[in-house]
Design a protein around this ligand. Sequence first.
Ligand code: HEM
Ligand code: CU
Length: 798
Amino acid sequence: MSETFSLKRWLTTTNHKDVGILYLVTSFYFLFFAGFLAMNFRVQLFSPNQSIFTASAYNQAVTTHGLMMILWVLSPMGFAFANYVVPIQIGARDMAFPRLNALSYWLYLFSGLLLVSSFFLPGGGADVGWTAYAPLNTTKYTPQVGMTVAAMALITLVASITMSTINFITTIARERAQGMTWSKMPLFTWGILYTVIMMLFAFPPLGAGLLLLLSDRILGTMFFTSNAGGDLLWENFFWFFGHPEVYILLAPALGILFEIVPAFSKRPIYGRKFILGAFALASVISFIVWGHHMFATTETALVKEIFSATSVAISLPFEIVTIYLIVTLLKGSIRLSTPMLFALGAIYMFIIGGITGVFNASIALDYQFRGSYWVVGHFHFVMGGTVIFALLGALYFWFPKITGRMYNEKLGKIHFFISAIGFTMIYFPMFFLFDMPRRIFTYPATAGWDFMNHIATIGGFTFGSIQLLLLANMLLSLRRGSPAGTNPWGGWTLEWLIPSPPPAQDFEVSPKIGSEEIVFPKGVSAELEDVEESYTPWPLTIAIGTTLGLLGVAMFLPLAILGLAVVLASLVGWFRDNLRGKFAAKAEGNGMWPFEKVSHEKLGTWVFITAEMMLFSMVVSGYVYVRSNSATWPSPLLVSNILTHLQGGTIAAPGGGEMVIHNIVLGTINTLVLVTSSLSMALALNAIKKGNMKGLKIGLLATFALGAAFMVIKGYEWAGLYAEGFTLTSGLPAASYYVTVGLHGAHVIAGLIVIAFLIAKSYKNGFTESYKGVENTGLYWHMVDVIWLFLFPLFYLL
Ligand code: HEM
Ligand SMILES: [Cu+2]
């Protein structure tokens, strides 16, 4: 299976290097798509009163451009290098969970295709800007199915990214080679670690916001159209994710600079500890500045002041980082090859973008700049400029490693200079357009904005077309480039000590990192064989099934059933591979401090549980938010009514009419059922630890039965509520109940599916050596129960 061009190989691979290449190619494809859109609307903006696009077509192009660049290009391109390089840099032979890694990739690809297709659906795609502000994002204002599909694309991407966070955190924490302590870990790997940690806390909240949005759009709830929820609810959800997101984009780029700058200055990075500290500080602060995107809303003055202060504070760590980069440059002897040029370009962009960012953080100035081309200039310098230039630098830097061939240096340099000039021509003029509103599709001749727009559009075409030179250089060098050798740049991280391109398994045995040198116990040979074992079709088919399912829900239900069937069949295939011992845990990493005693499955489960906790706490925060903002929420239980209530009856509302409140008796029974199931799960684990197969089976069967009973009781309860008119569309009290409790129910069902698999496994006696499956499913199951212990009082008692 090792032929480079076998289609089957690329569709079924789980090797981290292959997955990295897939990410790279795909993110470039999306880059060209989103860039093509941008060149189109730059033509429209070239001069006043253009009419190539209608307002709606213009807005769709801008929205898809923004979403795609931010979410489907920048981060995934960072993931491309992360997948390829991080395992090698830490001396691991692959990611901790290779199959999950492949699944992340396929979900990423198909989510992007969903977004592209939303653009071509009848009625067009999303046209509400990448921030998708409420209530514009609801069906009242954007009835087209394209908006629904775009939201689904986003939620699929959230799933993909969450899987990647689990994988990278576990890999970096657990799979480092012997001697690869935290203090020796390369800075690019550190950058990726910070990235995924921020992602772990930022993306589930976005997922929560999207769930509520999809519920509004598909089920007819009113989270974002009602007064109690509305625009501010969405803005809080969005910017809680949105601001950390900009640092999420930035962190891999800085990690890349920390590799390139030292390598081409011939000296280690200056101030490594301070850089890592600054990074950590920025990651934390990035979660408390989101309100600076809402200065123009009804946020109170005090809240605005606080967010303004935190926003100024966050520029501090980045100043530290920039200073250390510059000091490294000054103290080194610099070689200006293409990767270094791009790194310097990125630093230059970062300085311009950073300075203009601090202006935005001032509330007074922000009232002027808000929604103007000044902001467009600011964030393109930081996101477009810094991140894209760093990523292009990374491409030139690692190209020789990945392909074994050198690119053409002269073409690389031309590409750099024209890119830098083109990019500056697009975005620098925008600082002079601080009075031109963003997201207008045309402007009058009297506004006096023509000249700057001419330059920007010419710059756009310069920048866009020169990227073809990059493409040509890469494609030609792939065939004709001179052999690169192991270490063309004199780098000192591990990837530069193994052949280019690296053998399938990277190292025969993990290397040992001593205080002075790196030792390969068995050496590294280019012949390390690719193994049939590491190929599987299921990640791809799960992604296909998911995509069909989502499209089906949006447009044509039978398709959804087909999609579900494909996903379930693929899961059976996946589990069957498990039963056969395929993809059985590899030799575990060395488990260094502080995770010596934690298996990588367990660590992965804990990371997953963290993501779930973020998701649920945001959904619950949404509920608390609408409830406290709502004037007419059913009041808490009145003691005098408790009897009627206990019988599941209705209570007279203060203003007459009847008000349904939840049936406490059934709720209590269900709580007991679920708590008991946690107990039986614990007994099952205890039994298998002692090798007691019978006890295991009984424990698992009991857990399954109790979980199923919980769902049956829930169904009965819901039927009753519906009969009383307490429906999804009857108002926020019902909507928030059904969505939150329903989300929890979906988790119970997912747990039941896994427990069914464990039961099958126990009947096949598949538990002779390891009980990790039971242990980790147990952790998940307890989490589901704990969440219910919060939901029950929130909805039934308070
Ligand atoms: C030096 C620290 C920074 C500060 C103080 C800062 C501040 C701000 C502020 C206050 C806004 C809101 C402007 C408005 O809508 O009126 C803003 C917008 C934005 N910033 Fe920054 N920023 C900084 C760095 C960055 C970085 C590093 C990135 C990306 C890598 C970034 C990306 C963005 C984006 C995408 C927007 C526009 C969001 C939208 O579509 O409305 N910023 N920035
Ligand atoms: Cu922000």
